[in-house]
Design a binder for this molecule. Structure first.
Ligand SMILES: Cc1cc2nc3c(=O)[nH]c(=O)nc-3n(C[C@H](O)[C@H](O)[C@H](O)COP(=O)(O)O)c2cc1C
Length: 210
């Protein structure tokens, strides 16, 4: 039995295109793997901790190879819980909207909690940076209001797919499936509906081999 962590980074509930497509994947996946556990984490609803002063200090303490102070230990427990939920999963689905050419701030907050030395990546002068989340598949469903296809001249504005791919690669993912729903706004609701349907067909195929 596998545990699949389904991370939703849209606060738009039923209106979200990325969530609708990822939901269709989950439905198809569950039919194929009825005994697997699906854990849903919406980064806007979940009480994920802030990554501020003391937590950042605790990160630097680790980077400097020193033990945590009592106060750092306290705050770091919450960070570890977020990491533990993530690293204990066997498979991942991420539904992510484009916000201002990048990703929603709550997902960035989640990533800042997750990407920690000794937990999700390691560094040594000999080996350099190495991702520690290895051998696990992830499906990423991207949604954006406009269109940024390769060769369009505006693909350089897309910091959404580039950043997510970079960060997933950095922490060790190699088996990355990507599906893009675009445009969800620019072409009107009919075009968005057709694109969404096309994306749903694609994720159903991915569910067969995931
Ligand atoms: C705060 C905010 C910023 C956005 N910025 C962009 C953007 O830079 N480029 C774009 O194409 N669409 C942008 N959009 C539109 C969303 O990408 C689009 O509505 C997408 O479908 C959102 O994903 P969702 O349907 O899964 O919530 C933005 C939407 C919001 C709410």
């Amino acid at each position: 039995m596998s545990r699949l962590l389904y991370i939703q980074a849209s606060p738009r509930g039923q209106r979200s295109h990325s969530v609708a497509v990822a939901d269709a994947f989950i439905e198809a996946y569950e039919q194929k793997h009825p005994d697997d556990e699906i854990v849903i984490l919406n980064v806007f609803d979940a009480p994920i901790p802030n990554f501020d002063g003391l937590a950042v200090q605790a990160k630097y303490t680790i980077l400097h190879g020193k033990p945590h102070s009592q106060a750092e230990q306290e705050v770091w427990k919450d960070v570890e819980q977020v990491i533990e939920q993530f690293t204990s999963a066997d498979k991942f689905v991420l539904a992510v909207p484009m916000w201002n050419f990048s990703i929603p701030y709550r997902l960035k907050q989640y990533i800042d909690l997750l990407v920690q030395p000794g937990y999700t990546f390691s560094y040594s002068p000999e080996a350099g940076y190495q991702g520690l989340v290895s051998g696990k598949p992830i499906l990423v469903v991207y949604a954006r209001g406009g269109e940024y296809p390769p060769g369009s001249g505006v693909e350089g504005l897309d910091m959404q797919t580039k950043y997510i791919e970079l960060i997933l690669g950095f922490i060790g993912f190699k088996d990355i499936h990507s599906v893009v729903v675009e445009p969800t706004l620019q072409g009107g609701p009919d075009a968005a509906g057709a694109k969404r349907q096309g994306a749903i067909e694609k994720v159903k195929e991915i569910a067969e081999v995931f």
